[in-house]
Design a protein around this ligand. Structure first.
Ligand SMILES: O=C(O)CCC(=O)C(=O)O
Ligand SMILES: [Fe+2]
Length: 340
């Protein structure tokens, strides 16, 4: 394809044809796999998570981030990079593509010269003792913990349907082939809040919302509000980003690094970032302050000891496996050490 004429768009797939069962499943599965090969991102509409549950999740997120800082800091992100839980305040985390096997303080400090203006909090399931969840006290936000636990398992349920569709679309014999490496215990639910920031600071690279990166997951499901600013690299025209314009209640699904490895690069873990909101009415006043933005990513991850090695359906005599087998934990460690 000629990059100058590339008109890449993020495809929209109507998932009702999967949930209703029958022959339409094959079509939906193929559409999702085609999108993952061409773009690495796809909007999934008419999925089986109720709209009301998504409204509720954003409602809780706003309540959480509106709490005074000292309340949020009662469940802080622990020091260091090994544990990904709890409240991470604006500037603490620096998203990047840097990869290192050990701690490298100098490089970590360098990466922080342009801070990420975002706050987040995140959890896995309650039984994950390696990385215990950090919760604010129940009486600070009664019902918050119960809802987030419910939403965590809802993410796993709908994400599981998508992993099944991917397996079918890839032509695997067993629809559960990908899903079976995910017990659900190693996923991550994140609430993200990008506070208002002067548009100039983003334009002049004095601050970032979320710099370009790929996800470490097998797949990521993202729910976003209507602010905008999420952009996806065009794999046919590298360094050119296309907007992932919000579609109410759609799941923005993307391929993570582990599924890219698993599929021998057939499915693409595409770089993405969050930058300036594209619409003028999202920026206000003389100081050109952006609207705040909320998003909720749900990262599906295989279990830590599971070995990710090239799917037989994705290799052949002319297409040998490109990567050595790696465990999820091994890959995670390689990526995590630069983040905090
Ligand atoms: O906030 C967003 O829309 C994207 C966040 C993201 O890419 C991530 O957390 O990995
Ligand atoms: Fe991401």
């Amino acid at each position: 394809m000629d990059p100058s004429t590339s008109q890449t768009q993020i495809p929209i797939v109507d998932f009702s044809g999967w949930t209703s069962g029958g022959p339409s499943r094959q079509r939906v599965a193929q559409e999702i796999v085609a999108a993952c090969k061409e773009v690495g991102f796809v909007y999934i509409i008419n999925h089986s998570t109720p709209d009301a549950l998504l409204d509720e999740a954003f409602h809780w997120s706003r309540h959480f981030f509106d709490l005074p800082t000292e309340e949020k800091l009662r469940a802080p992100h622990p020091d260091g990079w090994a544990v990904h839980r709890g409240y991470s305040w604006p500037g603490l985390e620096k998203v990047s593509q840097a990869v290192s096997a050990d701690n490298d303080d100098e490089r970590t400090a360098q990466l922080r010269e342009v801070p990420d203006i975002k706050a987040s909090t995140r959890w896995a399931c309650e039984e994950n003792s390696a990385q215990p969840n950090q919760w604010i006290p129940e009486d600070t936000l009664p019902g918050f913990r119960a809802f987030m636990n419910q939403f965590y398992w809802e993410g796993f349920r709908v994400g599981g349907e998508i992993l099944q569709a991917l397996a079918v679309g890839l032509g695997l014999d067993d629809a559960n082939h990908l899903l079976q490496k995910h017990s659900g215990h190693n996923n991550q639910l994140r609430l993200l809040h990008y506070p208002p920031v002067p548009a100039d600071a983003l334009e002049q690279n004095r601050a970032a919302r979320c710099p370009a990166h790929t996800d470490w997951s097998s797949i990521t499901l993202l729910f976003q509000d209507d602010c905008g600013g999420l952009e996806v690299e065009d794999i046919h025209n590298p360094s050119h980003f296309i907007p992932a314009t919000p579609i109410k209640n759609a799941i923005v699904m993307n391929v993570g690094d582990l599924l890219q490895r698993w599929s021998n690069d057939q499915l693409r873990s595409t770089s993405h970032r969050v930058t300036l909101p594209p619409l003028a009415d999202r920026i206000e006043g003389e100081a050109r302050i952006t609207r705040r933005r909320f998003s909720i990513p749900y990262f599906m991850a295989p279990d830590p000891d599971s070995v990710i090695e090239c799917l037989p359906a994705c290799m052949g005599p002319d297409e040998p496996a490109k990567y050595e087998p790696i465990t999820q934990a091994g890959y995670n460690q390689m990526r995590a050490s630069m983040q905090y």
